[in-house]
Design a protein. Structure first.
Length: 279
């Protein structure tokens, strides 16, 4: 395999419906002309209406997948999604520290792997994807390994263990807690404080607060939006894009994927990850 194509790694669960998890991540990597690799943490029985079953992968197997990928492929960036349990999180943390040169550099192209952590806790359908006793392990993992964390507002409240009224201040607190850049995905709850026609995310890079807004899209096709956004950011980072620009590009891609969603399923529908090829 040529080193000229950026290589990205996703560490996440499998969605049998194909709308979220590693399936969404791999489609997104492909859309950004990146080669995708995986370490699967859990197998979910899932479709657009919900999650009916979860089988966690043995932590040693998760670590083994991760190890084999890291020692053979030139991974430029990585992302995590559903991690499910504390033993899995600790296995990933140990393997990354052992086998990968991690970087929190957000301004310049680095020869070290930059990790985007999407702290997935609950599916779009409301089903829990992270065991409650794994929350502290997840925070420790973000503190040690993440270059960027991408919680939505409810996840940010769990991490900070409080209700959030000032999202900018919450971004500063999350940075202080983890040492990672912070992207709080607020969507409608943040838009209520400004304009009902905008979906707003808050990005803190350790120096400045940035408000990233896009028009609100109505409809039910939002399954896998968090997975897709973090995968797109990781793909842009792998291509050498600076963090803020990577987030803006990923947000544009997500908006298009939602706008051109195929309308599949009876519940919360998936996105169109290849929308740029069809217009």
């Amino acid at each position: 395999m040529s080193d000229s194509i950026p290589v990205v790694l996703t560490i996440a669960g499998s969605d049998s419906g194909g709308g979220a998890g590693i399936q969404a991540d791999l489609k997104t990597f492909q859309a950004f002309a990146c080669f995708g690799t995986t370490a699967i943490t859990a197998i979910t029985c899932q479709n657009t209406t919900g999650v009916s079953g979860v089988q966690a992968v043995d932590p040693e197997i998760v670590a083994g997948q991760l190890h084999d990928v890291l020692i053979d492929f030139p991974i430029a960036a990585a992302k995590t999604g559903m991690l499910f349990s504390a033993p899995i999180i600790r296995a990933i943390q140990h393997t990354l520290k052992q086998d990968a040169a991690l970087s929190r550099d957000t301004k310049h192209i680095s020869d070290k792997l930059r990790l985007v952590v999407d702290p997935v806790m609950v599916a779009s359908s409301g089903d829990r994807l992270l065991q409650r006793d794994a929350e502290e392990a997840l925070i420790a993992f973000m503190r040690e390994c993440a270059a960027l964390i991408t919680p939505n507002l409810p996840e940010a409240e769990v991490i900070l263990n409080k209700s959030i009224s000032d999202v900018d201040e919450a971004a500063l607190e999350l940075f202080s807690l983890t040492g990672a850049c912070v992207l709080i995905k607020g969507g409608h709850r943040l838009a209520e404080r400004t304009s009902a026609n905008e979906s707003i995310d808050v990005f803190y890079d350790g120096r400045d607060i940035h408000h990233i807004s896009r028009p609100v899209l109505s409809g039910r096709n939002t399954h896998g939006t968090g997975c897709t956004l973090s995968a797109a950011i990781a793909a842009e980072l792998a291509r050498g894009t600076e963090m803020h620009a990577a987030i803006e590009s990923a947000r544009d891609y997500l908006h298009g994927a939602m706008q051109h969603a195929p309308g599949l399923g009876k519940g919360i529908g998936p996105l169109n990850h290849m929308w740029r090829d069809s217009i």
